[in-house]
Structure formats: C-alpha cells, structure tokens
Ligand binder design. Sequence first.
Ligand SMILES: Nc1ncnc2c1ncn2[C@@H]1O[C@H](COP(=O)(O)OP(=O)(O)OP(=O)(O)O)[C@@H](O)[C@H]1O
Ligand SMILES: [Mg+2]
Length: 379
Amino acid sequence: MRVTHLSLTEFRSYESVDIEFGPRVTTLVGRNGQGKTNVVEAVRYLSTLSSHRVAADAPLIRAGAARAVVRARVEKAGRSLALEVTLNPGKANTVRIGRAAAKPRDLLGTLRTVVFAPEDLALVKGDPAGRRQFMDELIVALHPRLAGDLSDYERVLRQRSSMLKTAKNARGDLTMLDIWDEKLAEIGGRIVAARRAAIGALAPYVKSAYAAVAPDGGDCRVSYATSLDTPEALAADASAATIAARLLERLGELRPKEIERGVTLAGPHRDDLDIALGDLPAKGYASHGESWSCALALRLGSYDLLTADDGPDADEDGEPVLILDDVFAELDSGRRTALAERLSEASQVLITAAVAEDVPEALRGEVLTVTTGKVTADD
Ligand SMILES: Nc1ncnc2c1ncn2[C@@H]1O[C@H](COP(=O)(O)OP(=O)(O)OP(=O)(O)O)[C@@H](O)[C@H]1O
Ligand SMILES: [Mg+2]
C-alpha cells in the first residue's frame, strides 16, 4: 500500500500543507526543526492514532489552534481510499473513511505503517513499557479489533487497582474483587495469547533481519516474557482461555500480596519482550551499535511479518508504508546496504534526513525540501 497524497491543517508546525508522494521512495530533506518528522508523524498517526514521539495528542495540534486535521489518499490493493482524522483537544477524534463518518477504531489497520526512529533504541535499552507498546501495536496491526481489548484492559486494571487499595483499609467484602479478577483474566488472556502468537511469528523475521544488518553479530532472538510465573506450564500455542484460567489462578495466589501493596501483580501489563543476542540479554549487555541493529531488526522484522501476513484478519495488501525517520546518519555502510535491499522491494518508503548526503543517492528517490511550514519538490 502507499500514501499518494497528504494534507495537514493545523498539525504540529503546519498551518496548511499539501504533499504529493511519488512512487516508491520519497526523502524529506531540511535543516533541523523545519518540520520533516512532523510530516511522517502525521502519516503514522493515520495508521495507529498515536505518535511515535509523544504519548498525548495535545502537542500534535498547532499551538493556538482549535483542532488539527490530517487527510490522506491511500492506494491499497488497486483501490484508492480517502482517510481523514480530526484531532479535537480534550475530546474524541472524528474520523472519516471514504465519504462516511467512522469510529476511530475502524481506522486502525486501514493504513499500515512501520516507523524506525532514533527513539527505538529505547526498545532495546529502555523500560518494559516501551516493549509492551511495541507488541500491542503489532497485535493491533495484525488484528485491529484487539484495540478494544487493550483499552478495556486498561480500564479494568485501573478499577481493580483502586479496589485493591480500598480492600486494604476496609477488609470485608471481596466479592467485587472476584468479579474484576474474572474480567481482567478474560481480557488479559486474549491479549497475552495474541502477543505470544505475534512474537512467535515475528521471531524468525527478526533473526534474519538482524543477520542482514549485522552479518557478524550472532543470533538475535525475541521471546515473550510472562508474569504468570510458570511459563513451562503454558504450551506455546495455549489458547486465550487456557491463559485466562492460569491468570485467574495466579491472581488468587497473589491476592494477599496485592492487597498489601495495592497493585495488580500479574497480567499483560507486567509482561515483557525478551531480546537476546547470542546467549546474553541485549539490555545491559549489547553495545551501542548492537542495540541499534537490534532495534532496526525489530522494525524490519515487523515490516516483513506484516507484509507476509495472511491470517484471518489480513488485507489483500498488508505491506506497510516504511518510514525511516532521521536514522540514516546513524547507519554505517553495512546497515545502509542491508536497508537498500529492502527499499528496492518496498512499495513505499518515506525517509527524513537533515542533509540529503546522509542518504545514499541511489536510495533517495524523490527529494522534497522542507522549510518552515512548506514542502516543495526539487526540480
Ligand atoms: N504543536 C506545535 N505547534 C507549533 N509548532 C510545533 C508544534 N509541535 C512542534 N512544533 C515545531 O515543529 C518543529 C519540529 O519539527 P520536526 O520535529 O518535524 O523537525 P525536523 O525537521 O524533523 O527536525 P530534526 O532534523 O531536528 O529532526 C519545531 O520547531 C517545533 O517547535
Ligand atoms: Mg526529525
């Protein structure tokens, strides 16, 4: 799939801008702070309704503006589709797909993107929360309706945790807690099952992507790390119901501790993605360059998995738009060559770079120049 046209109104630094993307590779070039990342961030927002830079939407709306609008025309499986999202501060987004108003959730999965950015180093070096977000974005790209489970889980978790806090003081009736346990386990079981399946499917792609970007680097292995305490008790293909039953049991075991501490101690919000290089965990052991290659392999692996995806929720055209935000300056020639191979096959790649020379000429494709609020095609 690819984005042929993007139009931004009051998004980030743009009052109003219209951009046509040519076929295949487009490189956005401009000095620091001119608005290159803002453009690709808008494309990503249309696909996930979130940014790769900030957790909240407020910074995406131009300072002083009442709302922001992102519109795009997407070509997918031979059809052309208009997508539009309006960001309303403090209120829900409004979305249109084609001519029709739609629920924000319906937009998810329509346009697929994979973004690789300097922030991704935190996938390897940072806290588990970033890796959980990585997994959750992957499962929603594969099965968009899981977005509902993820937001329901957040809500149930919050309510259950506040109930744990009151249980400590009030003692007494714990039947309500039993009900929340069941809800948490049921939704949590579906999330964990989807994450385990996605990571299982992703692992071979990450391994081969790592071998391509770091040929002398050994094996990069990813696996799901569970907070259920007995991973061996769960078969690799354990169903959501089996995992839910185990989670419910675990919550029972942990209850005294949970009431004491006022937090929910098991469930997908406590799980992690293990990344190993050879026999050692990447976090804490891998060098800077190795960590960078791991992060790149996670993204390229996701790209390959989504492209190959032919599961029950898959589209005819699952190949994501690949976005490389400000990463070329960091890549050595070996990694550039490995990337170049993928760029030559991909239907659309959007690259940002402060100077065009950071991107090898053969890879640049069409160059657009970005200068404060304007995007212009080079002659
Ligand atoms: N909500 C907003 N309202 C107005 N301006 C904003 C808003 N959010 C960001 N900006 C401005 O956008 C600019 C940053 O744009 P962007 O991150 O796209 O730069 P860039 O071209 O990618 O730069 P770099 O090469 O440093 O990565 C900054 O000058 C920032 O002040
Ligand atoms: Mg940038």
